[in-house]
Design a binder for this molecule. Structure first.
Ligand SMILES: Cc1ncc(C[n+]2csc(CCOP(=O)(O)OP(=O)(O)O)c2C)c(N)n1
Ligand code: SF4
Ligand SMILES: [Mg+2]
Length: 321
């Protein structure tokens, strides 16, 4: 399959058939479902999807129904990447035996619990072995399917059912794991962050991830109204704020070389456009306790963490590493 001639215009994207269809049971305003729908618009031919247990698997395949218009394989919580490697190896073997004559893409979808935590070993192994597949982390920042438990992807200060804000704790006491940087450190051909608020950028990156030879990793920011506690019509606005505050900057790394995507490049060039993190935190009930008085130090900490990670990203880009 050749590289796309797409310009990723709204028209091109809208006209592509829906491969993740309506009628699934995700909550209204679910950012993860939006992510899947958009990413499936980036496919370039026959595609097999494997999906770890989590919200997106549960809501899209309630027997006897399915929201998927492509071959789809459910896998356990911990091994989406191992499953994808098996599929890719099988396709290769079939080609070698002359039983398959066309190229088939493989996409693995998994949540933050299935990626930052329990699936990290399978993911690390699969990319180290160099399997040709696109791994999509849809990050709703907690184990949503089982009742909003904290994960390695939950941000510092967020209240979840296992990091509840109260007299003892002010939400999660640990930082969000820099998972996309960990994947870049594997020196894979392509790794990127993306957001449902910037859908053209997201679809373009998903397509790039499919086109590169070898493993590609896409970290997609996917707000969850249920777990983050906000009104369902605010999903895109909140996703946009995450990028505008540099809580979730957008970048890509080819063979380990980082570059900023347009939405974050604007902020790098015009730092006055960088919004304070409180603009983002205030929009969600999971951070409400930070605004009740007595948690000012936490708000300062969060701003410092975001600033430090943003500066580190800019330094990496400047130094070309
Ligand atoms: C080994 C194992 N432990 C626990 C579970 C229960 N379980 C299923 S989905 C899930 C949470 C998934 O979280 P995440 O990957 O973030 O996806 P989300 O539900 O948020 O979309 C858990 C704990 C399981 N299926 N297998
Ligand atoms: S709980 Fe969150 S991630 Fe799960 S379906 Fe609802 S909105 Fe989507
Ligand atoms: Mg999750």
């Amino acid at each position: 399959m050749t590289a796309t001639t797409w310009k990723f215009t709204a028209k091109e994207i809208v006209e592509k058939p829906e491969l993740f269809t309506s009628g699934h049971r995700a909550c209204a305003g679910c950012g993860s479902a939006i992510a899947l729908r958009q990413i499936m618009k980036a496919t370039r031919g026959p595609t097999i999807v494997t999906n770890a247990t989590g919200c997106m698997e549960v809501v899209s395949t309630i027997y006897p129904y399915t929201a998927w218009k492509v071959p789809w394989i459910h896998t356990a919580f911990e091994n989406a990447a191992a499953n994808a490697s098996g599929i890719e190896a099988a396709l290769k073997a079939m080609k070698k035996k002359g039983k398959l004559h066309e190229s088939v893409d493989v996409i693995a979808f998994a949540g933050d619990g299935g990626t930052f935590d329990i699936g990290l070993q399978a993911l690390s192994g699969a990319v180290e072995r160099g399997h040709d597949f696109l791994y999509v982390l849809y990050d709703n920042e907690a184990y949503m399917n089982t009742g909003i438990q904290r994960s390695g992807g939950t941000p510092y200060g967020a209240s979840t059912t296992t990091s509840p804000a109260g007299k003892v704790l002010l939400g999660k006491a640990q930082l969000k794991k820099p998972i996309a940087d960990i994947m870049v450190a594997h020196e894979i051909p392509y790794a990127a962050t993306a957001s449902i608020a910037y859908w053209q950028d997201l679809v373009r990156k998903a397509r790039k991830g499919l086109e590169v030879e070898g493993p590609a990793f896409l970290h997609v920011f996917s707000p969850c109204p249920r777990g983050w506690r906000y009104e369902t019509n605010k999903t895109i606005e909140i996703a946009r704020l995450a990028t505008e505050t540099c809580v979730f900057p957008l970048w890509e790394a080819k063979e380990g070389d980082y570059s900023l995507s347009p939405q974050s490049k604007i902020i790098a060039m015009k730092p006055e456009r960088k919004k304070p993190v409180t603009d983002y935190l205030k929009t969600q009930g999971r951070f409400r306790h930070l605004f009740k008085g007595g948690a000012e130090h936490m708000l300062q900490d969060i701003q410092k963490i975001v600033d430090k990670r943003w500066s580190r990203l800019l330094r990496r880009i400047r130094e070309g590493s």
